[in-house]
Ligand binder design. Structure first.
Ligand code: ZN
Length: 181
């Protein structure tokens, strides 16, 4: 299999920074505590930490995979919980940066991760079903883009205007949502 391009060290630093800011502004917007949330309800991973099943060869910049977790602290407890893995597709993000030179890694990743976190918040708050109909998913996608921009606009992040512009013009595939055991 052809080796996919992945984020290099300097790029990973930028991506990590973007993830931290995305978490902060999303948790502020929804008034949730991100410290409790990360690792328990979701995680954000790049290509290096994805299994072959979590990699998309062409398509969206990220996908969300829902895993069912089981609480282990009590052997009597059989309670299950949903865990969402946000899988960033390094190669697709990097090829978009190459193709659209006005896009910059930091604001672009900030947008992508904020967008995915909003999906996760809406799933965990039951504002949206993970396994909604195709039509409902399209409506939700528009809603999430709108909310992403509403949260990001006041941050006045350099380069974010170009990202908004990109999404206005882009008719790419929706995020992939999948269940895995
Ligand atoms: Zn989406």
């Amino acid at each position: 299999m052809q080796e996919l391009q992945r984020f290099q060290e300097g790029e990973l630093r930028i991506v990590n920074e973007a993830v931290a800011i995305a978490e902060e502004i999303t948790s502020n917007a929804y008034k949730i505590s991100s410290a409790e949330w990360r690792g328990q309800r979701y995680d954000v991973k790049t290509l290096t930490d994805l299994t072959p099943d979590e990699v998309l060869h062409d398509g969206p910049f990220a996908q969300i995979i829902r895993y069912v977790g089981r609480k282990t602290e009590s052997s009597l407890s059989s309670s299950k919980y949903d865990f969402y893995k946000i899988c960033l597709q390094d190669h697709t993000i990097l090829s978009a940066l190459k193709k659209f030179p006005e896009l910059r890694l930091f604001p672009f990743t900030l947008y992508i991760v904020t967008h995915e976190l909003i999906h996760v918040v809406r799933f965990t708050k039951f504002l949206q079903a993970f396994d909604a109909s195709a039509k409902e998913k399209i409506i939700e996608e528009a809603r999430v883009h709108e909310k992403t921009q509403a949260i990001l606009r006041p941050t006045q992040t350099p380069g974010m205007g170009a990202v908004f512009e990109f999404y206005r013009a882009w008719q790419g595939p929706l995020d992939d949502l999948r269940d895995m055991e």
